[in-house]
Design a binder for this molecule. Sequence first.
Ligand code: GBH
Length: 442
Amino acid sequence: MSALPARSAFPPGFLFGLATSAYQIEGHGLGAAGPTHWDTFAATPGNVLHAENGARACEHYHLWAQDLDLVAAAGFDIYRFSTSWARVMPEGRGAVNAQGLDFYDRLVDGMLARGLKPALTLYHWELPAALADLGGWCNRDIAGWLADFAQVIARRLGDRIWSAAPINEPWCVSWLSHFLGLHAPGLRDIRAAARAMHHTGLAHGHAIASWRAEGMTNLGAVCNFEPAIPADPAPSSLFAAKRYDAIFNRFFIEGMLKGRYPEDALERLEAHLPRGWAEDMNGIAAPLDWLGVNYYTCKRIAAATGPWPAWQEIAGPGEKTAMGWEIRPEGLRDLLIGLARDYTGALPLLITENGIATADVTREGACDDSPRIAYHAAHLEACRAAIAAGVPLAGYIAWSALDNFEWAEGYSKRFGLVHVDFESLQRTPKASYHAFRQALER
Ligand code: GBH
């Protein structure tokens, strides 16, 4: 069994953390909060496995103190969390719900009291339904709406936040949700997708500007990456993989870090971008203090017949997780090295998510958690290799602290280092939790 590398195997000051997101753990039906487009999406049969939703989830809204205790007791430095927009502003704009803001205020104080650095994600996917009704991410006004939400959060929490990023995974918010239709709002429309892609960048830039104006520091972006490997040496596969890479891996960081979009994405998307998009690029490329990397897997891509984007995913040779995602730790090493070389240079990188789903199991003992330990061990070694190659990697945040609402998969897939019984709500640390605790004290 592969052991986790010890804290002392990393450079001094390297930070470890655990991540969660609001809709996945809080229980959106608890406390006062406005409806979100994830409630709507989950209520439509066929969108979420077993028609589950985030109404109760882990009841973190009530049980947050014991959850923070667990994160701190294992010796983690960072707790990455998100703020539910509809809990803070039930209509998405205008009136602020004092109860919602009080909750995050207590939560942040709770982190500080336990020696945890609060890493804030402003938006992790549950859009207030009132804003979805106005077109959501397809409406250019979302940039201003998100900036206003950012300001409300900054004024209440900004003095105690360690790091902040406006949007978790712009690719998921736009492409996955508006082109592939797999997440809320479940659209399958190239025009909607292109607009959402551009508007995530615009809203990101506006939120960063709003935070800077409020004096906040250590601001970044969190993107998901899946290295695209040509499934075979055919030139058509190479082209398809390059096209995949442009949409998935390069579109958002080229916007946010270089103020431009990749040519190979524009060739099809430009016709669907909002008029005057090029004038937005400076604002999208607002200077950042770090880039967050969410990494889970890689993709093997071949060409496909049919309309653009005309690619297909081929199963790779590596072992698969319960999500069916291929395990490929060397992909993380190469990704970090490539990002530093081509995009970020001396800008610190931070792993903001990395983790593995296992099948539904009951408690520690009933569950063999060694695949999770092996997964994190291998990816931490990949981080060490990248650091040895000169990459300025600042830390590693694992997904996730708790088993939680895994979006379209409902509660059937478990990413937690801590097991949650969704009936009794009891938390039980898994073997991986104990492995981290031991690694972090060494
Ligand atoms: C993260 O996104 C989310 O931030 C988090 O909320 C979520 O719980 C966690 O992942 C686990 O899913 O083409 O079907 O093989 C991860 C982004 C994008 C990673 C899609 C896997 C391949 C899906 N994901 N990707 S598939």
